[in-house]
Design a protein around this ligand. Structure first.
Ligand code: SF4
Ligand code: SF4
Length: 85
């Protein structure tokens, strides 16, 4: 098993379907626990939440977790939110 074998990979066209609005983010961390691909993480140095779009698989699990409207889908999802792509 390779280091990142548990992280599914998807075509680049599916990586841009989530928008994170940092201006609305209060860095509460609620999305971090929902993000299985570790696209949302807490930066160790600043203790602020950051989003890595390259790791995002657009599963949308973070959207209902965010009470501040800081994450939204910006494209059509081929399945239902939360389903594997
Ligand atoms: S749940 Fe929303 S407000 Fe909280 S850290 Fe994540 S994006 Fe920011
Ligand atoms: S859409 Fe899924 S993979 Fe992307 S940041 Fe949200 S929980 Fe993580």
């Amino acid at each position: 098993m390779t280091e990142n074998s548990a992280i599914p990979s998807f075509p680049p066209s599916q990586v841009t379907r989530l928008s994170w609005n940092e201006a609305l983010c209060v860095h509460c961390g609620a999305c971090v626990g929902q993000c299985l691909s570790r696209a949302f993480i807490v930066d160790e140095a600043t203790r602020r939440v950051v989003h890595d779009g390259d790791r995002c698989i657009a599963c949308e699990l973070c959207i209902p977790a965010c009470s501040y409207g800081a994450v939204e889908s910006i494209g059509e999802h081929p399945g239902k939110p939360g389903e594997p792509l």
